[in-house]
Design a protein around this ligand. Structure first.
Ligand SMILES: NC(=O)c1ccc[n+]([C@@H]2O[C@H](COP(=O)([O-])OP(=O)(O)OC[C@H]3O[C@@H](n4cnc5c(N)ncnc54)[C@H](OP(=O)(O)O)[C@@H]3O)[C@@H](O)[C@H]2O)c1
Length: 330
């Protein structure tokens, strides 16, 4: 049976590279590009059809930062009857708004023993300015976590089917840090590391989803694409600066294989998961895309720094928030 794959944030960066690579692995898939901007989605579809003429590529309009948009998208998918089920749901769309580099930390870190770790994870380097959405949620949390969670909940009938397993894949980050996340402020209204907090939240959520949904045939996994040159990283530093330091990054890649740099390389773990049996995956591992100093790609599973009680507590908080929003709608 042909596999059905839905990818959020499919029109650029890692999402677009993933779609292209998936079509190279299996050009018979039904691919659905879930994007907020239909013009950019059309351009992405045209580019994919250039390399894979005849591929089955549909578009779905969804702004994952808006609950109204997420519910409308799910409704459209159900009403269109285009698909009977979903085999893979890539929750890849993500934002890091108004990033700022702490240059003091950068200079201090550069000459410390933690230099490579700092470059690989962005730890201590990056802060963001978050905003509040029309739903009254923190934008980074709404986009990177909650909108995707509601999309998944709405698509349960497509994902939880007895005859075959489905896999949900979250684009997390090595920047996901326990210290940036708090259960009492899980939207990160107080701090300046909303991106790191949101990615840690996806890690927790994935663990809880496995505990709650595996029996219904739904599995969840988390990936880190490594450091990749995309619109997201061009928001941190301008493209010319990244080009300027490219030789240094290629040198650092000899020591930390997390500098994948190109969207193609960054999609490695996402493509690898497509080829695995969902039930064979480790629910407590994050799968990293890696590129060696000589440029070959591979995938490395790394145990996540979390505990299952915290995952469950966070999951319950999301269910409470979901209930609250559904009550408002009715
Ligand atoms: N690049 C890295 O080094 C890196 C490292 C670790 C993790 N990641 C993660 O990888 C994922 C992909 O990022 P990327 O690097 O490929 O960045 P990107 O090129 O900026 O792509 C992000 C995608 O998400 C979409 N998106 C953003 N907000 C959205 C919303 N509210 N609704 C629907 N779509 C939305 C964007 O659509 P528009 O074109 O309309 O903006 C775009 O298609 C993200 O989750 C990111 O956090 C990236």
């Amino acid at each position: 049976m042909k596999k059905v794959v839905l990818v959020t944030g499919a029109n650029s960066g890692i999402g677009l590279a993933l779609c292209k690579r998936l079509l190279s692995v299996d050009d018979q898939i039904h691919l659905c590009l879930a994007c907020r901007n239909m013009q950019r989605a059309e351009t992405a579809r045209a580019a994919l059809l250039c390399s894979h003429p005849g591929a089955d590529i549909a578009l779905l309009k969804v702004d994952v930062g808006s609950l109204k948009s997420v519910l409308e998208a799910a409704k459209e998918l159900k009403q269109s009857k285009r698909y009977r089920r979903l085999d893979y749901l890539y929750l890849n769309a993500g934002i890091m708004p108004n990033p700022r580099i702490d240059f003091n930390a950068f200079i201090n870190g550069l000459f410390s023993r933690k230099a490579i770790h700092m470059f690989a994870t962005g730890e201590g380097l990056l802060t963001q300015e978050d905003q509040v959405t029309e739903d009254g949620l923190q934008n980074v949390f709404a986009t990177n976590v909650f909108g995707h969670f509601i999309l998944l909940r709405e698509l349960e009938p497509f994902l939880c089917q007895s005859e075959k397993e489905s896999l949900v894949i979250w684009s997390s980050s090595s920047n996901a840090r326990r210290s940036a996340f708090s259960l009492t402020d899980y939207q990160h209204t107080q701090g300046k590391e909303s991106y790191s907090s949101s990615k840690y939240a996806t890690d927790l959520l994935s663990v809880a989803l496995n505990n709650h949904y595996n029996k219904q045939g739904l599995y969840s996994s988390v990936v880190c694409p490594g450091l990749v040159m995309t619109h997201l990283t061009y928001g941190i530093l301008p493209p010319f600066f990244w080009t300027l330091i490219l030789p240094i990054m290629l040198l650092i890649r000899m020591f930390t294989n997390s500098f994948t740099l190109s969207p193609y390389n960054g999609a490695e773990a996402l493509v690898w998961l497509f080829k695995q049996k969902p039930e064979s995956l480790d629910p407590l591992a994050k799968y990293y895309s890696c590129t060696s100093g000589l440029g070959s790609n591979y995938v490395k599973p790394v145990k996540m720094d979390l505990d299952e009680e915290a995952a469950e507590a966070f999951y319950q908080k999301l269910l409470d928030l979901e209930t609250k929003y559904r009550c408002w709608q009715n």
